[in-house]
Design a protein around this ligand. Structure first.
Ligand SMILES: Nc1ncnc2c1ncn2[C@@H]1O[C@H](COP(=O)(O)OP(=O)(O)OP(=O)(O)O)[C@@H](O)[C@H]1O
Ligand SMILES: [Mg+2]
Length: 262
């Protein structure tokens, strides 16, 4: 079943209803392995709901979720994490009263338990610590290990969330607005980090920072009012009038979409 052409993630006709409200109305998507796929759309388009369906925190009202060709629609979150589907959340899920290092160490230790690795009698804990420190350095938090997570700036917390997600060794990584609240320098670093992720890691990115989206994405999917509006390469999405109207409403399209990056 697992062939080269198997998509890392495939959604078939996903519907999510909250009472009368239809947050996702029959959305189908295919994301090839190793792709960087951005999901954009106005507030309330259904982007976070889509992620929760893939990550398993919300069971869809209808439709199927496949990862590597396997139907995981009924799998609980922890089994999906073990299968390599890992998400960061739009709203922080860190342990704010634990240190930066402890936040990552918890995730690293869990992964080690699951993978039955690093449990050599001597030095195992040292290895977990070293790996945690390496992850923190990778996201730009070297030197911040001993701080409480709650003492970090907003942008740094997002970096820490990425480190926690990477600790689970994802095959499919979902990032929900990772650059929200980041300074330009932090956003730059995040971009470099995402660009430097292993080529076989599939990355889905929800992000309102369109410069970051257009810089990173292989393909862009646009959601609007719970519907799939378009999936295409960056140039095509930028040129698509429907996308501009849906995403930007009556805002100044030229200013928002075509601003020269200085
Ligand atoms: N738990 C919930 N209960 C009821 N309605 C919900 C719930 N979660 C989301 N919604 C609604 O579903 C729709 C889609 O929400 P969602 O959070 O997926 O949008 P989004 O595209 O992530 O928006 P944003 O850009 O603001 O994060 C919205 O109308 C939202 O109010
Ligand atoms: Mg959202």
């Amino acid at each position: 079943m697992t062939t080269e052409s198997t998509n890392a993630v495939a959604l078939h006709d996903i519907t999510v209803r909250f009472g009368q409200l239809t947050a996702l109305a029959g959305v189908s998507l295919e994301v090839p392995a190793g792709q960087r796929r951005a999901i954009i759309g106005p507030n309330g388009a259904g982007k976070s709901t889509l992620f929760s369906v893939i990550a398993g925190t919300r069971r869809p009202t209808g439709g199927r979720v496949l990862v590597d060709g396997r139907d995981i629609t009924s799998l609980p979150v922890h089994r999906r994490v073990d299968a390599g589907v890992v998400t960061t959340f739009q709203h922080s899920s860190l342990f704010l009263r634990e240190t930066v290092l402890e936040n990552v160490l918890l995730a690293v230790a869990r992964r080690a338990r699951v993978a039955h690795r690093w449990f050599r009698p001597a030095g195992a804990y040292r290895d977990l610590l070293d790996h945690s420190a390496t992850l923190l350095a990778r996201v730009g938090l070297a030197g911040r290990e001993a701080l409480l997570a709650g003492a970090l700036s907003h942008g740094e917390r997002r970096q820490l969330e990425v480190a926690v997600a990477l600790a689970a060794q994802p095959r499919v990584l979902l990032l929900d607005e990772p650059a929200a609240g980041m300074s330009p320098a932090e956003t730059d670093r995040l971009g470099q980090l995402i660009r430097g992720l292993p080529a076989d890691m599939t990355v889905l990115l929800v992000e309102h920072d369109l410069d970051l989206v257009f810089d990173l994405a292989d393909e862009v999917t646009v959601l609007h009012l719970g519907e799939h509006l378009a999936t295409a390469g960056v140039a095509e999405i930028r040129a698509d009038e429907n996308v501009q109207h849906a995403y930007l409403g009556t805002a100044d399209v030229d200013e928002l979409f075509f601003e020269e990056t200085s």
